[in-house]
Design a protein around this ligand. Structure first.
Ligand SMILES: Cc1cc2nc3c(=O)[nH]c(=O)nc-3n(C[C@H](O)[C@H](O)[C@H](O)COP(=O)(O)O)c2cc1C
Length: 310
């Protein structure tokens, strides 16, 4: 189910996924205005002061508007040097949705629930989803094969079928290669309550990445996406064209480490995108993209209900 605090505030059952060095206030504000939950990783601002300034700016820009809520993403892991301070700031500013990765605790969900916020947790395995549900999260983001960033390896239909009964009345969100309203409708038909869309939002005017990165996403196909652990120590979807560039691989250091993983020096040269790049055919404004997603989603639902009638 979609939580009550989101119902009626989303024009499509979707969130724009948090993306390192890609999602910032402009993308978040335009996404929320387009009726899609907009999110960004707290670490896209290099200091806690900068993070707080973004929270205040986003709130001010959305104030009084008929817009979707926004969210932030944090890695809950002992190697994240900003974990405690970013959590405190998120709670102080009552961030509507906290997206957590790597770990989650009951203390965190209690703190977010105390002001009416929601916690959605990224999971690539059933085991991690169960742990997060035990910590009382409000939703699971099922990160499947073909997703951008640190993707999972499971087929979405297989993963959705296993997770749906476990998630019950909470929110099940599907992530991985969803870039248009048709795929969104497919995910909902397959048992998801919402979808999380990353790669498609890279190719927008408001995304923070370079024009070269946007163009590469536009020109790439599924054949250009390489799933490898070599860059960061855990499996990630990488644009093949960037893999020959020099980079300091945290993987060479031996084990996963958030502080090294989020080094802009690493991700300045090596670019991630999901297998859905083939569905990215233009670089558009976020407003146009959200509008288009609504139209495609509606048309896909009408097509399927037409099949029922037939
Ligand atoms: C360039 C890029 C950067 C990403 N950075 C993050 C991140 O910092 N934190 C995070 O939780 N997920 C990150 N992700 C994963 C997304 O949040 C999301 O799970 C994924 O993009 C969904 O799949 P899709 O790209 O195929 O739509 C990133 C994805 C991409 C493509």
């Amino acid at each position: 189910m979609i939580p009550e605090s989101l119902l009626g505030r989303l024009k499509v059952p979707a969130m724009a996924a948090p993306m390192f060095l890609v999602s910032g206030p402009d993308l978040v504000v335009e996404t929320c205005k387009g009726g899609v939950l907009g999110t960004f990783p707290t670490l896209n601002q290099r200091t806690p002061e900068g993070y707080e300034a973004w929270l205040i700016a986003i709130r001010n820009r959305l104030s009084g508007m008929d817009a979707a809520p926004f969210g932030v993403q944090m890695g809950i892991h002992h190697t994240n040097p900003r974990m405690a301070v970013d959590l405190d700031l998120s709670i102080k500013h009552q961030v509507p949705v906290l997206v957590t990765t790597l770990g989650i605790t009951r203390e965190i969900t209690d703190a977010v629930h105390s002001y009416g916020g929601l916690v959605f947790h990224d999971a690539t395995t059933v085991k991690h989803a169960v742990k997060a549900l035990d910590a009382n999260v409000d939703g699971i983001i099922a990160v499947c094969a073909g997703a951008g960033g640190h993707s999972g390896t499971y087929n979405p239909f297989a993963f959705l079928s296993e997770l749906r009964p476990l998630v019950g009345d909470k929110t099940l969100i599907l992530a991985g290669s969803i870039g248009n309203g048709q795929a969104m409708a497919g995910a909902i038909a397959g048992g998801a309550d919402m979808v999380s869309i990353g790669t498609r939002f890279i190719a927008t005017h408001e995304s923070m990445c370079s024009d070269e990165q946007k163009r590469m996403v536009l020109e790439s196909t599924v054949q250009d996406i390489v799933y490898t652990e070599e860059v960061s120590g855990i499996g990630a979807s990488i644009l093949r064209q960037t893999l020959s560039r020099p980079f300091d691989a945290p993987a060479q250091i031996g084990r996963f480490d958030v502080a090294k993983e989020i080094s802009p020096r690493l991700w300045k040269n090596i670019w991630s995108a999901g297998q859905g790049v083939g569905a990215v055919n233009d670089i558009v404004s976020t407003a146009d993209l959200c509008h288009r997603l609504r139209g495609e989603y509606r048309a896909a639902l009408e097509r399927v209900s037409g099949l029922v009638a037939a």
